[in-house]
Ligand binder design. Structure first.
Ligand SMILES: O=C(O)C1=C[C@@H](OP(=O)(O)O)[C@@H](O)[C@H](O)C1
Ligand SMILES: C=C(OP(=O)(O)O)C(=O)O
Length: 437
């Protein structure tokens, strides 16, 4: 039998009985890809425990190594050792190419990171990355005296950066397309020549990720203050440390959703009420649909509702990676599910509103598409034997495999795309059905 990773499509196993599973998901992508640049900028040896090993974190690690930082990985132990060297390796780098695949955090965080150096860099990714915006970050970096151009004039990668260090000062930035522009600049800002004041104009999408950035900057010893939409970062240094990375809350959402539609109880270990990740609140959305949720300090336990899921009308502006998860289980709710205020997910790995609408319709579900969301009707006659298209989007693959647990014969095209954040996803899904991963 071919390994799951090489199959052109994967048949989702049926979930015949209520789940009873305790699951440990891999490390958080967002925390790993913040800890890496902070540790690199620190002076000394940082040990990152529970790190994620997936495409997105590998692109970040490889980029740091190409820039001249010493980074060692021990995948079995789930550890990364970073030998922090401040901005020293970034001096006198000429014409260095960094390839980031389709990793938004890598593209955005590294653009600000290399701007701290003296040299020239080019950041590029796969074809979809060339459609993902970075113009707001380019504009902010220019304000801080960095010479940046979008090579194709599209406002997207590839971008060329000629840096002489990051000047301090006040800079305005739009946060409507992505919070990663804000996080990227904040992570680099302690190493600017002077204090940086960043003013976010308009609404900030995915705000919990900026809260995570601030919390981690402080954990790594930097000084940053927030007053509403204004962020002040004073010149300071990150401190090397032993750092424990939480499991990935977005990855955990699929197993919580599985219990919501298959019944039984799923326990996610290592994530709790004090999680740094906004997506840990997704369990609360499922609680509002009738699930029973218990947040401990080191676990989230969710039991599916015996009488089935209720519908919901929900704004996922702060938690937009959770849209495919909710959309995929929505047809099994008793009433309709309306998801609002997520226009920016059209800019992710694929246009996720269009992708969810298209794939739900394949199952015979009635769905209405809006510019900024979708509405999904309940469906008690879901089409069996559907092959779900995944658009090279890990979240489409993972989310729709959960619906497949309840719809016989569902296949997931290109299952290997989960390698972006969760290479072992299908193995964990099978173990969950058997009782724990
Ligand atoms: O900062 C981060 O780690 C992330 C921010 C979010 O992106 P946007 O701010 O672009 O919505 C989220 O979708 C992404 O998966 C990770
Ligand atoms: C949007 C995502 O990733 P990124 O923006 O980091 O590529 C995601 O993981 O769902």
């Amino acid at each position: 039998m071919k390994s799951r990773a090489f199959q052109s499509s994967y048949e989702v196993p049926a979930c015949a009985t209520p789940l009873q599973a305790t699951i440990t998901v891999p490390g958080s992508k967002s925390i790993t890809n913040r800890a890496l640049p902070m540790a690199a900028l620190a002076n000394g040896r940082t040990r990152l425990r529970g790190a994620l090993f997936s495409d997105d974190s590998r692109y970040f690690i490889q980029s740091l190594q190409r820039l001249g930082y010493r980074v060692e990985i021990d995948e079995m132990a789930k550890e990364v050792i970073v030998y922090g060297a401040g901005i020293e390796p970034l001096q006198h780098v000429q014409g260095l190419d960094l390839f980031v695949g389709n990793s938004g955090t890598s593209a955005r965080f590294l653009s600000a990171f290399v701007s701290l150096g003296k040299g020239s860099y080019r950041i590029d990714g796969v074809s979809r990355m060339r459609e993902r915006p970075i113009a707001a970050l380019i504009a902010a970096l220019r304000e801080l005296d960095v010479d940046v151009v979008d090579e194709l004039g599209t406002g997207c990668p590839p971008i060329l950066i000629e840096a002489q260090g990051l000047r301090g000062g006040t800079v305005l930035m739009s946060g409507k397309d992505s919070s990663q522009f804000v996080s990227g600049l904040l992570i680099a800002a302690p190493y600017a020549k002077d204090e940086v004041t960043l003013i976010v104009q308009g609404e900030l999408v995915s705000a919990p990720y900026v809260t995570m950035t601030l919390a981690m900057m402080r954990q790594f010893g930097a000084t940053v203050n927030q007053e509403g939409n204004v962020f002040h970062v004073v010149p300071s240094h990150y401190v090397a440390k032993d750092y424990m990375i939480e499991p990935d809350a977005s990855g955990a959402s699929y197993f919580l959703a599985a219990a919501a539609i298959c019944g039984g109880t799923v326990t996610i270990l290592g994530l709790g009420r004090d999680s740094l990740q906004g997506d840990a609140q997704f369990a609360q959305v499922l609680a509002n649909m009738g699930c029973t949720v218990r947040y401990g300090f080191d676990r989230i336990e969710l039991s599916g509702p015996p009488e089935g899921l209720r519908g919901i009308d929900v704004d996922l502006f702060a938690m937009s990676d959770m849209v495919p998860t909710l959309a995929a289980i929505a047809p099994l709710a008793r009433e309709k599910v309306r998801i609002r205020n997520v226009a920016n997910i059209r800019l992710k790995e694929t246009d996720r509103i269009r992708a969810c609408v298209t794939e739900l319709r394949r199952f015979g579900v009635t769905v209405t598409e809006f510019d900024d969301g979708l509405e999904i009707e309940p469906c008690d006659q879901l089409q069996e034997g559907v092959t779900v298209q995944t658009y090279d989007d890990h979240r489409m693959a993972m989310a729709f495999s959960i619906l497949g647990l309840r719809v016989p014969g569902t296949r997931i095209e290109n299952p290997a795309c989960t390698a972006k954040t969760y290479p072992e996803f299908f193995q964990h899904l099978e173990e969950t059905i058997r009782g724990g991963a």
